[in-house]
Each structure stands twice: as structure tokens, then as C-alpha cells.
Design a protein around this ligand. Structure first.
Ligand code: GCO
Length: 436
């Protein structure tokens, strides 16, 4: 059976991680621009990043060379609405129109995320996600983007990994705005983000120039079974959807996709749930590994052992995760599955021959795709895979020290080099996964 003919073979990025041009054409500061100092490895920042804002044509040409069918990017809210006036910044919008036109000309379907963590400072100064009164600003932004771009963009995602930006941004303080707030305040933020999602979906459907597909990208964690006996599979499923683990899949996805309150989300009222639970068109998740491996003290998974293989992020390599993630999430939520992120940071550098050889990444992608293919073979409607990331970029608090890209970026010169993995991925796309 394998992958469907119209499978979205793609790669992903996010505005703040690649664009640069941090104060150009009317854009104002976002929370990463404003608070970066003292919080990021080696003092790196996103002012220039990959300079994609100026080099998008070259970047799209490289995507075309790889043969991408889709490209997931995010819009910088502060480019579209640099202040609270409600007036669209036409130059900022034009950048995305140009990008989208370039993609379409190259035969690549654009896929857009509205919020990939770069809140405009003017929203933050009004209390950001902590204040329910600010939700209309997000809704207005979502509405404007859809109105202006939905003739060309069919696939939309409201939020990227709310669990990650809330926990890292407002609990542990590792990500912008680098706060450590009380549990009650974090709950208010969580509730507001969920409400913002629901209200935005309603507004987006109304504003769309044609029927569009809407999803939201969660950071899914999956427990993979120790073996494939029915008992172990059931244990893994229960553990995957455990309801009281704040950053676990169902804690977020059950209210959004099933309209169900979780043990961890009992502060959502019935009225809230009605807003949050809007029909969506696909189930998107970002997944890098399965739970329970690699951590030295966590021997709960019998397949974990000392010296377990890790990526350059120290993340365990657990290729079966996409199979179990796709299968469990489809069984629970019943929607077509889109992998919106999966990939690895590797110790890439330009080698003596001038190329970037990354066999580890080739193997990582190969194995993960085999898992996804198995899910597709067994009848899970898998509609796409977006490798993270199209190019090396600003890896948040780790700055430029971690490289996830299919395209190597030499930051001092902004030269791009297709890594071996990009060539491998090109073959996968060309054969629709038959070469795996
Ligand atoms: C995330 C984000 C990406 C990251 C990537 C690697 O999942 O944290 O969506 O912006 O860069 O996941 O950490």
C-alpha cells in the first residue's frame, strides 16, 4: 500500500528561526527579539538568522531541487500587525505573498502556522496570553492572514506546540519570555491559548476565500510498547494518553479534538470546551522520539540501556515512535495524520571535500519513515511528513549550535549547501517512499 499518491512530502521552518530582518519593512520586536540577551547560548540572536527574508527565492529553489511537495512555514505576527492599531502592515504581508507565489510556482504546497512562538512585544506588554482580553488580537491576526492568503494556502495550523512554549516560556523560563510563573498563572495562559485556538478556527473558516483545512501542531509524546503483545500495546496506549501529565498529548488534544476535559484541565468550563472544541480537518503532531528511553535514571522502558543512541540534542533515537504515534493518535482522534515535525540535530560541518555528509540523519529519516510507512500500510490515513527542518536555524535557547537542517547554512557567508540527507530525501520523494 505505502504512501498515498498525493502524500505531502515536505519540510518545516518557523519565522523567528530563519527569517532575520528583525526590524525591516515595518516589523516590530517580538518577545524573542526583546528578551534574547543573556538567555541564549553564546549570545546568539535571531536578528539575521538565515536571512531567509532576503534569500527566500534561493531557498525555494533549493526546496524545488529536493523535490518538496509541501513546505510548512510560520508567519511573524509582528510583521503583519506591528502595533495594536488593527492596520495591516502591507510590506510585511507582501513578503508572505511573495514567498507563497514562489512556492506555488515551484510546485510546492505552502502550509502555514500562525503562531510559532514569536509573540509581538505590543501584545506581551498588554499581558500577552495571561489576559483573556488579548485573545481578539490573535483572532484578528488569524482572520487577516486567512483572508489575504487562503486563495493560495489550503493547509493552516493555529499553534505550534502550545505545551512547549507554555512550559518553557512561562514555567521553566528557558524560552521567551523567560518567566517562571505560579501554577495558577500558567493555567490561565493555557486556558487562554486553548480559547484563542477555538476562536481563531471559527474566524478562519468565515474569512477563508475557499474551504481550507485547519489543524494545530501538538508536541506528541508516545509510549511505545516493550513488545507487540496485546497487553503491552494496551499498556503503552494507556501511558501515551495518561490524563494527568501536563505536557502529554491528550491533556491538550482531548479538549481540542474531543471536547473532553482532562484531569489536568479541570479548570476549563463547559462553555470553554464548546469554544475550544471546533471541528478540525487533520491531526498534526511534532514527534522526535518515544517516551521512556535514554534517560539514565529511567529504566521503565526495557529497551533503554546505558549508552543508548542519542542525537546531538541528547534525544534518544526511537524510530518506531512515528508508527505508534500515528496509530494511537488515529485510533483516538479519528482524523488523517500529518507529521508536522520530525528530524535530528547532528554534528554537521563542511568536510574536506566541501560537502556536508550526514549519514546519521539519513539513517534517522529512513528508519522513522519506515515506521510511518508501516502505519500507512496498516490503513492509518497518513497524509504528510514535514522534516524539521528545511535548513539549519536558530534553535531557540541553544542558538545556532544545533543543526537540524537538510540544508547546511554557513552563517558568516549565508552560503547554503545541500547535505547528503537532502539528496537522500529527494530520492524518497521521487519514489514516493518506495526506495525505503
Ligand atoms: C519545537 C519547535 C521547533 C524546534 C524543533 C527542534 O518543537 O521545539 O517546533 O521550533 O526548533 O522542534 O527542537
Amino acid at each position: 500500500m505505502g504512501f498515498s499518491k498525493d502524500f505531502f512530502w515536505g519540510a518545516a521552518s518557523a519565522s523567528h528561526q530563519i527569517e532575520g530582518a528583525y526590524l525591516e519593512d515595518g516589523k516590530t520586536l517580538n518577545i524573542w527579539d526583546a528578551f534574547v540577551e543573556g538567555h541564549v547560548a553564546r549570545g546568539d540572536d535571531g536578528k539575521v538568522a538565515c536571512d531567509h527574508y532576503h534569500r527566500y527565492k534561493e531557498d525555494v529553489a533549493l526546496m524545488k531541487k529536493i523535490g518538496l511537495k509541501s513546505y510548512r512555514f510560520s508567519i511573524s505576527w509582528a510583521r503583519i500587525f506591528p502595533d495594536d492599531s488593527g492596520k495591516i502592515n502591507e510590506k510585511g504581508l507582501q513578503f508572505y505573498k511573495n514567498l507563497v507565489n514562489e512556492l506555488i510556482e515551484a510546485g510546492i504546497k505552502p502550509m502555514c502556522t500562525l503562531y510559532h512562538w514569536d509573540m509581538p512585544m505590543w501584545v506581551f506588554e498588554k499581558g500577552g496570553w495571561e489576559k483573556e482580553e488579548n485573545i481578539p488580537y490573535f483572532v484578528r491576526y488569524a482572520e487577516a492572514c486567512v483572508k489575504e492568503l487562503s486563495d493560495k494556502i489550503e493547509y493552516w495550523l493555529t499553534f505550534n506546540e502550545p505545551e512547549a512554549f507554555i512550559s518553557a516560556g512561562y514555567e521553566s523560563g528557558e524560552h521567551a519570555p523567560f518567566l517562571q510563573l505560579s501554577g495558577e498563572r500558567v493555567k490561565a495562559i493555557t486556558r487562554n491559548v486553548m480559547l484563542a485556538h477555538g476562536r481563531a478556527v471559527l474566524a478562519m473558516r468565515k474569512a477563508a476565500a475557499r474551504p481550507i483545512k485547519i489543524g494545530t501542531a501538538h508536541a506528541a509524546c508516545v509510549t511505545s510498547p516493550a513488545n507487540e503483545t496485546p497487553e503491552e500495546i494496551e499498556k503503552a496506549r494507556v501511558s501515551t494518553f495518561e490524563t494527568d501529565r501536563p505536557y502529554f498529548c491528550s491533556w491538550w488534544a482531548d479538549p481540542v479534538f474531543l471536547g473532553k476535559r482532562q484531569a489536568g484541565t479541570n479548570y476549563l468550563s463547559d462553555e470553554d470546551l464548546k469554544i475550544i472544541h471546533q471541528p478540525l480537518d487533520f491531526y498534526a503532531f511534532n514527534m522526535y522520539n518515544a517516551d521512556g528511553y535514554g534517560a539514565p535514571k529511567n529504566q521503565s522502558n526495557p529497551r533503554s540501556y546505558p549508552g543508548y543512541p542519542l542525537t546531538a540534542m541528547d534525544w534518544p533515537i526511537t524510530p518506531e515512535c512515528l508508527y505508534w504515534g500515528a496509530r494511537f493518535c488515529y485510533e483516538r482522534y479519528g482524523l488523517p495524520i500529518m507529521i508536522t515535525e520530525n528530524g535530528m540535530a547532528n554534528l554537521d560541518f563542511i568536510m574536506l571535500d566541501g560537502e556536508v555528509h550526514d549519514p546519521q540523519r539519513i539513517d534517522y529519516v529512513h528508519r522513522h519513515l519506515l515506521g510511518l510507512k508501516r502505519a500507512a500500510d496498516e490503513g492509518v490515513p497518513v497524509i504528510g511528513y514535514q522534516y524539521w527542518s528545511i535548513m539549519d536555524n536558530f534553535e531557540w535557547a541553544l542558538g545556532y549550535s544545533r543543526r537540524f537542517g537538510l540544508i547546511y547554512v554557513d552563517y558568516p557567508t549565508q552560503r547554503r549547501i545541500l547535505k547528503d540527507s537532502a539528496l537522500f530525501y529527494a530520492e524518497v520523494i521521487k519514489t514516493n517512499g518506495e526506495n525505503l
